[in-house]
Ligand binder design. Structure first.
Ligand SMILES: Cc1ncc(COP(=O)(O)O)c(C=O)c1O
Length: 372
């Protein structure tokens, strides 16, 4: 009845938990900000509608927004221009367009495990083989393990920093090692940098630095709290941009027009918004990690970025069963295995939640876990 293609991808392990939740459950599972977008952005969207920006636009996005994005990215690589930029209908769609453009039958794509939920299905839907690589105890990519997995079929290396689900930020050493691997083995780096602005310690290293062999995925979803607007962007080498754009045409024709005009108008507000939000998240991060480390059997590494904590636990229960038990007791979090098998014995908590909800939610987690 349906295609083998759709049957080849698994349903989301996060959705299952959300579907079990009651309306009053404390949500520590959110992958989006618990703030509204800045007022200037909302006003600019309304203005775009009233100024008749309601029609199809260019497949690569409107030039004023592409130019602003290029300006932001130039700090990593000064020769990037608007010609390297494609505005996408979200990071999710940009990821698919990049995978479908680069990979085909027989290609192998190295993906982090635990890692974000798109990389495995997008590889499979591009007829490529996802090859998971492990992370070390600080959730940095295991460089030796990556090297061991490289074959003559390896074409892509997916990197995600700051990471969902681990919150880890690549160190300078990891960044350099990954760049060397890409260079030495002639790989494409697909770098998902959608949490670029959420760094609490360390620094963001961007694969825009090696744009000759990278597609860098980004999004306005998290940086402007506009997950529902479905607007992202990517940067790629000039000779790849037209191919990705051609693929994008067949996926969405063009990214949505009104939010592009809105974001072009208020682009500079982003910096101010992030300056306000990041210290709030930093405080929550500490409350979350302290609370988790206070639970018997739990161990939580301090995440350096994004807004997730990814504790391990020693209790003998699968992460799926534990997450189901927690949601039955009124707390939503994601099972570690939603991010691959190496996520077993972990849970993912989001601190895109008020300090009150973090405290109340973790009190329930402690009670449930310690009574196991
Ligand atoms: C690591 C990562 N990449 C990409 C995305 C996709 O973001 P969007 O499609 O909203 O731009 C997300 C969303 O949660 C994410 O966590």
């Amino acid at each position: 009845m349906v295609s083998k293609r759709v049957l080849s991808i698994k349903p989301s392990g996060i959705r299952e938990i959300f579907e079990m939740a009651t309306v009053d459950a404390i949500n520590l599972g959110l992958g989006e900000l618990d703030f509204e977008p800045p007022k200037e952005a909302r006003d600019a969207y309304k203005e775009a509608l009233d100024q008749d920006r309601n029609r199809y636009g260019p497949t690569k996005g409107i030039d004023p927004l592409r130019r602003l994005v290029a300006g932001k990215v130039q700090k990593y690589r000064p020769d990037i221009t608007l010609d390297n930029v494609i505005i996408t209908a979200s990071g999710t769609q940009g990821t698919m367009a990049a995978f479908q453009t680069l990979f085909e039958d027989g290609d192998e794509v190295l993906i982090p495990e635990p890692g974000f939920v798109l990389y495995e299905p997008d590889s499979i839907l591009s007829d490529a083989v996802p090859v998971p690589y492990p992370l070390d105890e600080r959730f940095q990519p295991d460089i030796e393990a990556i090297k061991e997995r490289i074959t003559s079929h390896t074409k892509g290396l997916v990197v995600n920093s700051p990471s969902n689900p681990t919150g880890a930020v690549l160190t300078r050493e990891s960044f350099q090692a990954l760049k060397d691997i890409a260079q030495d083995h002639d790989l494409w780096v697909i770098s998902d940098e959608v949490y670029e602005d959420y760094i609490y310690s360390g620094e963001h290293y961007s694969f825009n630095e090696i744009i000759e062999r990278a597609v860098v995925l980004n999004s306005f979803s998290k940086s402007f709290a506009v997950t529902g607007w479905r607007i992202g962007y990517l940067t790629a080498p000039l000779d790849l941009v037209n191919y990705i754009s051609n693929m994008q045409y067949h996926l969405v024709a063009c990214p949505p027009t009104p939010p592009q005009f809105a974001l072009a108008k208020v682009f500079q507000v982003q910096e101010e918004f992030i300056k306000k939000v990041v210290p709030i998240f930093d405080k929550r991060r500490k409350a979350m990690v302290d609370g988790l480390n206070d639970i018997k059997g739990f161990h939580c590494h301090m995440p350096e970025g994004a807004f997730y904590a990814f504790p391990s636990y020693s209790q003998k229960i699968s992460s799926r069963d534990l997450a189901r038990k927690l949601v039955a007791n009124g707390v939503i979090c994601a099972p570690g295995t939603a991010f691959g098998e190496r996520g077993e014995n972990h849970l993912r908590f989001s601190y895109a939640a008020s300090e009150g909800n973090i405290a109340n939610g973790l009190a329930i987690v402690k009670k449930v876990v310690e009574s196991l």
